[in-house]
Design a protein. Structure first.
Length: 89
């Protein structure tokens, strides 16, 4: 489980990306790269990282569900994810 500070930092970045989204698109459209550089670094969507919404784990992230593979297995085996069943053949 990751530290709370890392989760908070990621949350802060997401908010900042949404805040500067329109301005960033406008600067890119006008090819104003100097103005683009003056925006905060954390407003760039490239700096976002996929983290598990439950544990904050960064590796083994399943994009479709927004959680790590470990949490996915745990929740699927308990039946909390609709439509997911354990395979048997």
């Amino acid at each position: 489980m990751s530290k709370e500070s890392i989760k908070a930092r990621q949350k802060k970045r997401k908010i900042m990306v949404l805040k500067y989204l329109k301005k960033r698109e406008l600067l890119k459209f006008n090819k104003d790269y100097e103005g683009l550089q003056k925006l905060p670094r954390n407003s760039s969507p490239v700096r976002l990282h996929n983290l598990c919404s439950l544990t904050g784990r960064s590796k083994g992230y399943m994009r479709k569900f927004g959680i790590s593979r470990i949490e996915f297995r745990r929740l699927a085996s308990q039946g909390f994810i609709p439509g997911v069943v354990k395979a048997s053949w």
